[in-house]
Design a protein around this ligand. Structure first.
Ligand SMILES: [Zn+2]
Length: 434
């Protein structure tokens, strides 16, 4: 029998775990800083191996079984940029449920506009600055310290605790969580509950995310002399017609569609469509005077975010319908539509065990009720639910989503500490509950 719930969750015991986390504050910041100092910029996916090893080398002496799994053959994987993931597992006294904390170790390019070194891990005014501090090395460090605090209390828990540091989340997670999920790392019976400490704020539980469809549309016409455009077929005009049909007919429909998912900000509770890029005619960057040509090609990349209530085939069909109409209207015009990526929406049930455990722990640590949200953008939860078939998975972690990918990205250190307490308490609840 597992330790009775009352005992594992006794106020005195939780207070001891919380005290350990408070005492580990500097260590937690140091760990996050060490992670930030390894510039795991993706693309191309740099320095994954030393970053994974930093996590493995920390956890192995504490009794974790550590495995490194390279996402061999996945997008971007090669000997220069190996997709190195780390999975660490520690067993309790007896078999039981497994609680897994998953953080991605990759970060986006720092870009411009920083007033501090993005890879130094500067601490100032209670904040830790650096690329990845918020998204999401700060959350990963908090999860690691939370699990260590449970182990240091030498609680006779039943089940297992796991921590993984995975790659490529920023580019779809193919070499990271998707790869590992295919090998059973995110499925029962190995794992029962997954918490992803993405920066969704200390008092919010993120149940899931909307879907993504990226595609390239190419409009094809016929080249002609710019002085006699009637002799060619302009792919740019064709694309212009498509864009105006989308503006007049599709956008109003998308704006009117609403999801039951509690997406934040609320503007993202509608379906959305963005043009990532558009290009037609002469190649960009030509020298001198441009040639007078009727463009025979115009390409754009669309970014459609769809709702859990929408079907991907219907989402595609309403774009195809408008493209077909443009094609019918203009002789000599054609198009191609190429999928770049499809990620389906996912959402944990609001009464799922991991959600309830986090709700109760947020109330306990912060003294206010948890808010349930969903993310406008995608993250690795889709791979856990769709490949691993594990629905008891959410995102919960410190930091503000608005900080992610920004110059001077930071995480508030008090939030890291509070979220570590919430994660520790939630893990104990989940271990005690089955
Ligand atoms: Zn992230």
């Amino acid at each position: 029998m597992p330790l009775p719930l009352a005992e594992l969750l006794s106020p005195a015991l939780l207070d001891r775990v919380f005290a350990r986390i408070d005492a580990s504050r500097e260590d937690m910041v140091g760990l996050a800083r060490d992670l930030i100092r390894i510039p795991t910029v993706n693309p191309p996916g740099d320095a994954y191996t030393p970053c994974a090893e930093l996590i493995g080398n920390r956890l192995r002496p504490r009794g974790f079984a550590v495995q490194y799994k390279r996402g061999e053959g996945t997008q971007g994987d090669n000997d220069r940029y190996p997709r190195t993931n780390v999975i660490a597992r520690v067993e309790g006294n007896r078999p039981g449920p497994c609680v897994h904390f998953n953080g991605h170790i990759d970060v986006v390019d720092p870009g411009h506009g920083w007033t501090v070194d993005p890879f130094a891990g500067v601490v100032r005014d209670g904040r830790l600055y650096g690329r990845g501090s918020c998204d999401m090395k700060g959350g990963l460090a908090a999860a690691i310290v939370a699990v260590e605090a449970i182990l240091d209390e030498r609680l006779p828990f039943h089940g297992a605790l796991e921590i993984s540091g995975t790659v490529d989340e920023e580019t779809g997670g193919f070499g990271g969580v998707a790869f590992l999920a295919r090998q059973g790392f995110f499925s029962k019976p190995r794992v029962d509950h997954v918490i992803i400490p993405e920066p969704l704020q200390v008092d919010r539980v993120c149940l899931g995310h909307r879907g993504v469809w990226w595609a390239e549309v190419e409009m094809r016409g016929r080249v002609g002399h710019g002085s006699m455009p009637f002799l060619g077929v302009s792919a740019i005009r064709g694309m212009g017609r498509f864009l105006s049909l989308v503006e007049q007919e599709l956008h109003p429909k998308l704006d009117a569609r609403r999801t039951r998912m509690p997406v934040e900000p609320p503007g993202a509770r509608a379906s959305t469509l963005n043009w990532n890029s558009i290009h037609g005619g002469l190649a960009e960057g030509y020298e001198g005077v441009p040639s007078p040509l009727v463009a025979d090609s115009c390409r754009l990349v669309l970014d459609r975010r769809f709702l859990i209530e929408e079907d991907i085939e219907a989402v595609k069909a309403e774009v195809v319908e408008l493209l077909e109409r443009v094609k019918q209207e203009r002789a000599g015009l054609g198009y191609t539509l190429r999928d770049i990526v499809v990620f389906h929406p996912t959402m944990a049930a609001p009464d799922a065990p991991v959600v309830q455990a986090l709700d109760a722990s947020i109330l306990q640590v912060l003294g206010r009720p948890a808010q349930h949200i969903a993310s406008p953008g995608t993250y690795d939860q889709k791979h856990v639910s769709r490949i691993g078939h594990l629905q008891d998975c959410v995102a919960y972690g410190p930091g503000l989503l608005e900080q992610a990918h920004q110059p001077d990205e930071f995480v508030i250190i008090d939030d890291m500490v509070a979220s570590a307490k919430v994660m520790a308490a939630a893990a104990l609840r989940l271990l005690a509950s089955s």
